[in-house]
Design a protein around this ligand. Structure first.
Ligand code: PGA
Length: 251
């Protein structure tokens, strides 16, 4: 497997631009050392300055939350084109924390299409909020995937990233079991093949939810994934360096 893609979702951290610059410096150093490709999704207000400060290709940038419309009366929001103009290359869409505030599958569909149109790589987050014994979560995940990708032509599917991040593993004390992620990765790719045909096998599937230096090897080894979306462990330079080191360290 090629090197795992690691998305550092800083969420609403850190408190100041000064701290953000220091965290970016630590992140870039760790990315250069590990040679893992890293996407930093900082608070939007820091995005342009941080992106302008980085040389080289080890770190690229993403928007945490964008809007599908290109412009207009949308107080507080950011368009995909504005993100692109600020040197973002990726955009997170449908994160569980945004779905919790009302983002719908129809919204994610429009945003994925808008992101591709603007030249951004959409990072579509999917995942159930809780998991019962009846398997209903599979229908939820399949619907989120099918609707979110409904306007993506098959030829562009390899441009899309899907993150499986069930709400019950985000901000928790541990990840889901890597074996269960393996099953979900197969299920997600199978669903994509059902919609798009053979190219569905090429869908990049990542995992997100309480990933850290201790559990990352098992998740990458057994989870059948192409990378990770990291929240808390990406907002501490030392913890993030340890995580990237764990990915590449020889056993
Ligand atoms: P966490 O966040 O790593 O802090 O659990 C992950 C996520 O937002 O998917």
């Amino acid at each position: 497997m090629s090197k795992a893609l690691v998305i550092a979702n800083w969420k609403m951290n850190p408190a100041t631009f000064k701290e953000a610059k220091a965290l970016l410096a630590a992140t870039k150093k760790a990315a250069d050392k590990s040679k893992c490709p890293v996407v930093v999704a900082p608070p939007t207000v820091f995005l342009r300055d941080l992106a302008a400060s980085v040389r080289g290709k080890s770190v690229s940038f993403g928007l945490q939350h964008g809007r599908a419309e290109e412009e207009g009366a949308h107080t507080g929001d950011t368009s995909m084109l504005q993100a692109r103009d600020s040197k973002a290359s990726y955009v997170i869409i449908g994160h569980a924390e945004r779905r919790g505030q009302g983002e719908t599958d129809a919204d994610t569909r429009a945003k994925v299409a808008a992101a591709l149109k603007a030249g951004l790589t959409p990072i579509l987050c999917i995942g159930e909020t809780s998991r019962g014994a009846d398997g209903a979560y599979l229908d939820i995940v399949a619907t989120q995937l099918a609707t979110g990708l409904a306007d993506v032509p098959a030829t562009r599917l390899p441009r899309v990233i899907v993150v499986y991040e069930p709400l019950w593993t985000i901000g928790a004390s541990t990840t889901m079991r890597p074996h269960d992620m393996h099953e979900m990765a197969i299920f997600i790719r199978k669903t994509a093949v059902g919609i798009f045909g053979e190219v569905g096998h090429k869908l990049r599937v990542l995992y997100g939810g309480s990933v850290n230096a201790e559990n990352v090897r098992a998740m990458l080894g057994e989870g059948a994934i192409d990378g990770l979306l990291v929240g808390r462990a990406s907002t501490d330079g030392t913890a993030f360096a340890a995580l990237l080191h764990a990915i590449v360290a020889k056993r």
